[in-house]
Design a protein around this ligand. Structure first.
Ligand code: E4P
Length: 294
């Protein structure tokens, strides 16, 4: 049972339904799951197939992804499962949207993941008009989060998530948790239609501090949720302090949320790198050369 004092939704970040089952057993609840192309390529069945020299056709990998999320979704019928479209840095909004429509129809509780890039935002703007639920991924700046807010105005709360990736900012010496704090503070000035999903969680302290900050949702890998569950779901108290371990602080920006999404600066090298890596892992599964070599 989920403790009453735990207000944030807890998601599992992974592509293996067996882990979903185990986490539900350990925690006694699970509010949702996030997947991405890299996580799907690490699914044990996919890995085994690939390690034995096999590849998938595009239809086969889509069918495999559909099967995986269908199994996951059936275990969390009241939760939600995020499914990510193929998006390399040159993929157009129309292509993302058409894949997103397909994925949205796979299960009754999908959020479709689009990147927080220009084409991703364009696709998301249309997706919410079509009443699709979206999760804007690869978000690394407050400006990108402001653009997500603006592009999805009018959607109802629960239908739009933004996923700031904290671990990848930490990896290059920036304090990713600052971004969570700033996006939450910035959104407090708005109408509350976008939920903040803390992603790229690398350690138990990311989870605890995101809980302390009041992140709407936190997605964490199997090992971290397993450890948290085994420790009896500890929650941060008023004495909890997050240790920044020398990471550089990210300054807060006072951003006006009333502009059109195209007016915000969406550029971030980690968004581009993230799209390259996700598409590379997807292309490797179908034996297609990485984007840069095409
Ligand atoms: C969540 O939706 C993301 O797919 C995930 O948290 C990315 O984490 P990583 O930076 O560890 O790959």
């Amino acid at each position: 049972m989920k403790p009453d004092t735990l207000k944030s939704k807890i998601f599992l970040d992974g592509g293996n339904p067996d882990e979903t089952k185990e986490i539900i057993r350990l925690l006694g609840f699970l509010d949702g799951q996030t997947t991405n192309p890299t996580l799907i390529s690490k699914n044990p069945r996919a890995k085994e197939h690939l390690e034995h020299g096999g590849t998938f056709t595009e239809e086969e990998i889509m069918e495999f992804y559909r099967e995986v999320v269908t199994r996951i979704a059936s275990m969390i019928p009241r939760g939600t499962v995020s499914v990510e479209v193929y998006a390399d840095p040159s993929t157009k909004a129309e292509e993302m949207l058409s894949m997103g429509r397909k994925m949205f129809s796979w299960i009754p509780n999908a959020h479709v993941k689009f990147p927080a890039s220009h084409e991703g935002l364009k696709a998301a703007e249309q997706a919410v008009r079509e009443e699709m639920r979206v999760n804007m991924t690869l978000c690394f700046s407050q400006e990108q989060a402001a653009a997500v807010y603006a592009a999805t105005r009018g959607a109802k709360r629960g239908d739009v998530f933004v996923s700031p990736f904290i671990g990848r900012l930490d990896d290059r010496g920036e304090n990713g948790m600052d971004l969570i704090e700033h996006v939450l503070a910035m959104y407090r000035k708005g109408d509350g239609h976008v939920e903040v999903l803390t992603a790229s969680v690398r350690n138990p302290d990311h989870l605890l501090y995101a809980l302390k900050l009041g992140s709407d949702i936190i997605t964490a890998p199997y090992e971290i949720l397993k450890e948290w569950g085994e420790r009896g779901l500890p929650l941060p108290d008023e004495h909890y302090r997050y240790e920044t371990k020398g990471l550089r602080g990210i300054p807060y920006k006072d951003i006006d949320l009333t502009k059109n999404w195209q007016e915000y600066d969406l550029r971030h090298d980690l968004t581009v790198k993230g799209m390259e890596k996700f598409s590379q892992d997807w292309n490797a599964m179908i034996g297609r050369p990485a984007v840069a070599q095409r």
